[in-house]
Design a protein around this ligand. Structure first.
Ligand code: GLN
Length: 501
């Protein structure tokens, strides 16, 4: 395996490579009967069997179920039945989504034996679409991390360079898509966990507006920031998946009643005159020089497309990381109280209740999770609440207002997705603060609840992918995707993928 790359194209005849198709290409092929869903599914399963031992993207493979779903779709195609857009297309889900009867670990030892008893809303929607579900993919433990190294089931490796991380926490999702082990994947993003791995693995990733997609049946980290979204090979694919999954849900009171439109149909057309804001605070110390050059090229590309680049300022950016790392651990300390060795997963089976709690959590949870539970418990305790949690909430409002003011001036904001390209496995595991700095450009977006997109924008000299981040105001995924699509159409970065044979 090497970071060399080839440009994918639409598959044809016998020599076709079914592993790197987009949803639109795969759907066209299925409907034209160029290949069957079973063949497409087998191509993905073949890749998984060949490379998963090394990449460690999949934690649970539901092969029989996937083949069954594929054959059912093939039957419908033969019968000329109506097919939803995601029908027959193989995908994976981060292992925090519940699927009835299937293991869901959240990358944690404490849930190593947990079998979900119901479907997440998103899972139910995928099934309704006749999607082919290949299995569950790796994540940092309870989605806490930026590298997929805190998983109790071992790190996932970046298919572009297996000595490097795929990003995180949706690193299993990003690696699976980049490696041809499924056409798309669903992840979660609390502070960058869809966008940063998408950037590291050379694919597209969308964090929708908070409340766009139901979180019901997806394990929570920090409920006021958690969002669910797709990782895929093109912006159009993201638009198709968003339409299939978005919408109000009676089981999630935080979902919005905002209408769900045909986002894909809105793509295309000129972005001439679009005002794109470039915030100076996102280009300071800590930004890798090669990433800076690639982002600069992306800005030039947007100019060429007729966009108007406007320098803007988001002055409260400097407090975002500190604010995030008070609010998130606080919510974690509350959300993870449920993993007590009684209700879910692994139990120490001690003789008295307190010892059972202590041993089950002591043995079942990893270092990063414990660190955050302790910080959160401290920040929420009497006497400290006002100084930390309340203060952080006030700062959060200022950060949101920064964006609101900026969006009075511009339609889209452009920044790097992450300050670096994929780093070496182990490089940051001993220093949590360095790891937290990976999220510096992504966490403000979650604090503000706005949508964000990462699109492939280039490769470093050593062949590592780098993404550009685009942001829009709340519930304006339409313009966000349109800007990303225009960029993608004008560039070739999204067509490249690692050679793995
Ligand atoms: N890396 C960030 C964190 O550790 C974001 C994680 C996420 O978005 N799930 O909190």
């Amino acid at each position: 395996m090497s970071p060399r790359r080839v440009t994918s194209g639409i598959a044809s005849s016998q020599t076709m490579n079914l592993n790197y198709l987009t949803i639109s290409e795969a759907t066209a092929g299925l409907r034209a009967k160029t290949f069957s869903s079973r063949e497409l599914t087998e191509a993905c399963l073949g890749k998984i069997k060949k490379h998963n031992q090394q990449i460690n993207a999949y934690l649970t493979l539901t092969e029989d179920l996937a083949l069954e779903q594929a054959m059912a779709v093939d039957k419908k195609i033969s019968a000329g039945e109506y097919l939803p857009i995601l029908a027959g297309i193989p995908c994976s889900l981060k292992d925090v989504f519940c699927q009835a009867g299937v293991r869901a670990t959240a990358g944690s030892k404490i849930l190593a034996n947990y079998i979900a008893s119901y479907d997440a809303t998103t899972m139910a929607k995928l099934k309704k679409q006749d999607a082919v579900i290949l299995g569950k993919v790796n994540t940092d433990e309870f989605t806490m991390g930026s590298s997929t190294e805190t998983s109790a089931f071992g790190a996932t490796r970046n298919p572009w360079d297996i000595t490097r991380v795929p990003g995180g926490s949706s690193g299993g999702s990003a690696a699976a898509v980049a490696a041809g082990m499924g056409v798309y994947s669903l992840g979660t993003d609390t502070g960058g966990s869809i966008r940063q791995p998408a950037s590291f693995c050379g694919i597209a990733g969308l964090k929708p507006t908070y409340g766009r997609i139901s979180r019901y049946g997806v394990m929570s980290m920090a409920s006021s920031l958690d969002t669910i979204g797709p990782l895929a090979r093109s912006v159009k694919d993201l638009a198709l998946i968003l339409e299939a999954l978005a919408g109000q849900d009676v089981n999630d009171a935080t979902t919005a009643s905002e209408p769900v439109i045909n986002f894909a149909a809105k793509l295309g057309g000129s972005i001439k005159g679009l005002k794109i804001g470039v915030p100076q605070e996102y280009f300071g110390q800590g930004l890798d020089s090669e990433v800076a050059v690639i982002i600069d090229e992306a800005i030039k590309q947007f100019k060429k497309l007729g966009a108007q680049i406007v320098k803007i300022s988001l002055p409260y950016t400097k407090y975002a990381l500190a604010c995030y790392y008070v609010i998130v651990p606080s919510e974690i300390s509350a959300n993870l109280a449920r993993y007590d060795g009684v209700r879910y997963g692994v139990s120490a089976k001690a003789n008295d209740l307190l010892t059972n709690y202590l041993q089950s959590r002591g043995q079942g949870l990893g270092d990063e999770v414990k660190r955050r539970i302790m910080i959160g418990t401290y920040a929420l305790s009497a006497g400290y609440y006002d100084a930390y949690y309340l203060k952080a909430q006030q700062v959060r409002t200022l950060i949101r207002q920064d964006f609101e003011a900026a969006f009075k001036q511009v339609g889209i904001i452009l920044t790097p997705t992450a300050p670096t390209s994929a780093f070496k496995i182990g490089a940051k595991t001993n220093d949590p603060l360095t790891m937290y700095l990976e999220d510096i450009y992504t966490v403000p977006v979650n604090l503000a609840g706005i949508p964000g997109l990462s699109v492939p924008a280039g490769l470093t000299k050593s062949g590592l992918p780098v993404g550009v981040q685009l942001l829009a105001r709340q519930f304006n995924e339409e313009d966000l995707l349109r800007a990303g699509y225009a960029f993608e159409q004008a560039t070739e970065w999204h067509k490249q993928h690692p050679i793995m044979d």
